[in-house]
Design a binder for this molecule. Structure first.
Ligand SMILES: [Zn+2]
Length: 433
């Protein structure tokens, strides 16, 4: 059951005030029009996402914002400022996972619209243009590629992805789905950038927090320091030998289960040690399984399949963990007489948020006790940061994680984020160097 939204008094003194009533109305309309019996579904380049894009464009037009849709179907809604030049860009994505929650992504776009509407109502012109962006296809459950919309905006989608990545379910190729939604995949194939990083003074992505930190620390919002990058082995295996559990002496066993357990404990110890030294790090063995057909209660395990996901905001820390992993594998292989096959390594780049933006946002939000924190999940903000755009993220407290219908953001916390954003966007942005 989605909790009803209500409007609370503004907890941050801020003039002009973001139009939280507008955001409440749009959250409600989004839930009604893209929701089902369980959760909401807004497929990338599909019906639900299109409904959301049409809705926010309708509202932006009412506010007198200039609307532009790029070749990747991203939507830019610009409120003119006092002078031309690089714009402050604010926003997030409008797609969702199947049976997801209403706030993941949408909160970032609606926060931007609420800020623009607040300026309009108060007759305030921001110093520079304010562009609210609704980004396409961030959730990689539909097309198994990351950050499709934001990479399209910067001309960074490959032809191989446009042709070869198919939407889960209907198997439509990404390029065809973009064209069907009104985009021009030919431009993306040619790598034509749709936005110029030099014309973006900064990018701010408000987003619900997907972990439990803000709830645990009783903070309404967080200011993100960086988005963790990763190295991952999705299909790793430890190969030993099946043997009788009672008849096989310890010194000849090749026990894959014990070996993977040893590896996991070894890496967990390394995590604890590095974390104590101040390293930002997570280490996760999300899957570990013996073969249900071959393994048995009274057999030494001959094979264990597992996954490994290591994340950090720092390249150097990821490299340290790679070295730890290599050393641990060699030790466990020799001690347990097994062999590891880690399969393919996939990686994502860490992306640090801009220090000045972190300091500015933290300063504005000081009275609310914003948490300064890393971000463990991927977001479009990572692409903007990697393109050299000074980038920041504001997390909004949210219960029950995300990517599920039970995500629960309080509108009071959303209002705090919008008010911090509103005050930030009224600042004169320094010239890009
Ligand atoms: Zn999201």
């Amino acid at each position: 059951m989605t909790p009803a939204l209500s409007i609370a008094p503004d907890p941050v003194a801020c003039d002009p005030r973001p139009d939280i009533a507008l955001a409440v109305r749009l959250f409600t309309e989004l839930r009604l029009r893209t929701g089902a019996a369980r959760g909401i579904t807004r497929a990338s380049y599909g019906l639900g996402e299109q409904i959301a894009h049409d809705m926010v464009r309708r509202e932006a037009r009412k506010l007198g914002m200039d609307c532009r849709i790029d070749a990747g179907c991203n939507l830019y809604m610009t409120l003119r400022g006092q002078r031309r030049g690089p714009a402050v860009m604010v926003g997030s994505h409008l797609d969702s996972v199947p049976m997801g929650g209403n706030f993941d992504g949408a909160a970032g776009v609606l926060a931007g619209l609420a800020v623009a509407a607040g300026y309009r109502a108060a007759g305030v012109l921001p110093p520079q243009d304010l562009t609210v962006v609704a980004i396409r296809a961030e959730e990689s459950t539909w097309f198994s590629a990351s950050y499709i919309g934001s990479r399209a905006a910067f001309g960074r989608l490959s032809g191989a992805e446009l042709d070869g990545v198919l939407r889960a379910g209907d198997r439509v190729a990404l390029g065809r789905a973009i064209d069907a939604a009104g985009g021009e995949s030919a431009q993306l194939r040619a790598g034509v950038p749709q936005i110029d990083p030099a014309q973006i003074a900064c990018f701010i992505e408000p987003h619900i927090e997907q972990g439990p930190v803000l709830v645990a620390r009783d903070r309404p919002i967080g200011i993100v320091t960086g988005i963790r990058g990763s190295f991952r082995h999705r299909h790793a295996a430890c190969l030993g030998a099946y043997a009788h559990s009672g008849a096989t002496p310890r010194e000849v066993r090749q026990d894959a289960a014990m070996a993977v357990a040893r590896l996991a404990v070894r890496l967990d110890d390394a995590w604890e040690r590095l974390a104590a030294q101040g390293h930002d790090l997570t280490v996760t063995f999300g899957q570990m399984a013996t073969d249900p057909n071959e393994a048995a209660f009274s057999k030494v395990a001959g094979r264990v399949d597992f996954s490994l996901d290591v994340r950090s905001q720092s390249h150097a820390t990821l490299d340290l963990m790679r070295a730890e992993l290599r050393q641990a594998l060699a030790e466990v292989e020799s001690r347990s007489r097994v062999r590891f096959d880690l399969g393919k390594e996939t990686t994502s780049e860490p992306a640090l948020m801009d220090r000045r933006i972190i300091a500015d946002l933290a300063g504005i939000a000081a009275a609310q006790g914003a948490e300064i924190m890393p971000c463990g999940a991927g977001h479009d903000a990572a692409v903007f940061a990697q393109m050299g755009v000074p980038t920041g993220m504001i997390f909004i407290r949210n219960r029950n994680g995300s990517h599920n219908p039970d995500e629960a953001m309080e509108i009071e916390d959303f209002a705090v984020a919008a008010q911090v954003l509103s005050a930030f966007c009224l600042q004169e942005m320094p010239a890009r160097t």
